[in-house]
Design a protein around this ligand. Structure first.
Ligand code: F6P
Length: 341
């Protein structure tokens, strides 16, 4: 049996560990063959593949990025569609696809499975916003990177008696902000799920300052400040028509400085959070998910993805992952907010 693997959407640390886990288990246990589609669905639509023999995955679980490349290609647009893809798979002798991606990827995979293609999924999102899995790989690494960066902002903030605002990723949900903010002892955490007034942020910052601390605010890129309907975006749309986010920290800094009288600096961490080596947790999770995806193929569980439930890897339908975002529950925000100010 020959399996094609693709990585699609925004990258995150751990993608290579998934590929290695799948390829090693498939070859060692089932004698399967593997190819990788280059740059996500683009490679599937154009039939652009690379061989994935055992030596091609040697040592890659600690490597950031994806050896296959990725893109935000929609397989139904342009020259794509199920019939083109079926023809490509037939020509290349590929029997099944393992699609590693987030909501957009899994939605496309569902449509293609409904059209008769044999696809299983592996969930991927650095934002940790997919509802059908407890954690996604890449999230732990992103939190670690953000925490280290925020710790550094803290020391320079203290030297200069400034307020520091750190902006982290989190388009729809604030998991990275919540965890990195809690880990670094932030005086305020602002996330997309919570409406927080500038009066409240000002109060938290002033409280911290009055105790002689350099106030630290952690904000998710998708936070919507009062008086705004949508998150801060000034860089147009991505290929899926979603606004490119980033810059809310820069927007908040002058307003907070004016309100508090404390010199305020903003830092946008951006794609640094998605780069570099995955944490040990993410390597293990990603490897297990890749291996479990092979079980899904062997058991012909088309239209399902592997997922983390507690400490177990389970199989759930694509439907479970689509539609519902895993938002930060009110109780988790309230718990963190006890420490604000
Ligand atoms: O969806 C994950 C994510 O990292 C978001 O947090 C962010 O808004 C987006 O991807 C950035 O996408 P791109 O890599 O296309 O700039």
């Amino acid at each position: 049996m020959k399996i094609g693997i693709l990585t699609s959407g925004g990258d995150c640390p751990g993608l290579n560990a998934v590929i290695r886990g799948a390829v090693l288990k498939g070859i060692k246990v089932h004698g399967q063959e593997f190819v990788g589609f280059r740059d996500g669905w683009r490679g599937v639509v154009e039939g652009d593949v690379m061989e994935l023999p055992r030596q091609s995955v040697r040592g890659i679980s600690k490597q950031g990025g994806t050896i296959l490349g990725t893109s935000r290609t929609n397989p139904f647009e342009g020259s794509g569609g199920p019939e083109v893809i079926k023809d490509n798979l037939k020509r290349l002798g590929i029997d099944a696809i393992i699609a590693i991606g987030g909501e957009g990827t899994l939605a496309a995979a569902k449509r293609l499975t409904d059209a008769g293609l044999k696809i299983v999924g592996v969930p991927k999102t650095v934002d940790n916003d997919l509802d059908a899995t407890d954690y996604t790989f890449g999230f732990d690494t992103a939190v670690q990177i953000a925490t280290e960066a925020i710790d550094r902002l803290r020391t320079t903030g203290e030297s200069h008696h400034r307020t520091m605002i750190a902006e982290v990723m989190g388009r729809h949900v604030g998991w990275i902000a919540l965890h990195a903010g809690m880990a670094s002892g932030a005086h305020a955490i602002l996330i997309p799920e919570q409406k927080v007034s500038m009066d409240q942020v000002t109060e938290w910052v002033n409280e911290a300052h009055d105790r002689g601390r350099a106030p630290l605010v952690v904000v998710a890129e998708g936070f919507v400040p009062e008086g705004q309907e949508t998150p801060h975006s000034e860089r147009g749309l991505d290929t899926f028509g979603r606004p490119r986010l980033g810059g809310i920290a820069e927007q908040l800094a002058p307003e907070l400085e004016a309100r508090t009288g404390i010199e305020t600096r903003a830092t946008v961490l951006g794609h640094i959070q998605r780069g570099g080596v995955p944490s040990a947790f993410d390597r293990v999770l990603a490897t297990r998910l890749g291996m479990a995806a092979i079980d899904s193929v062997v058991d012909k569980r088309w239209g399902t993805m592997v997922s983390l439930n507690g400490t177990d890897i389970v199989h759930v339908g694509f439907d479970a992952a689509l539609g519902n975002l895993k938002v930060v529950p009110q109780s988790r925000y309230d718990e963190a907010a006890i420490l604000f100010g």
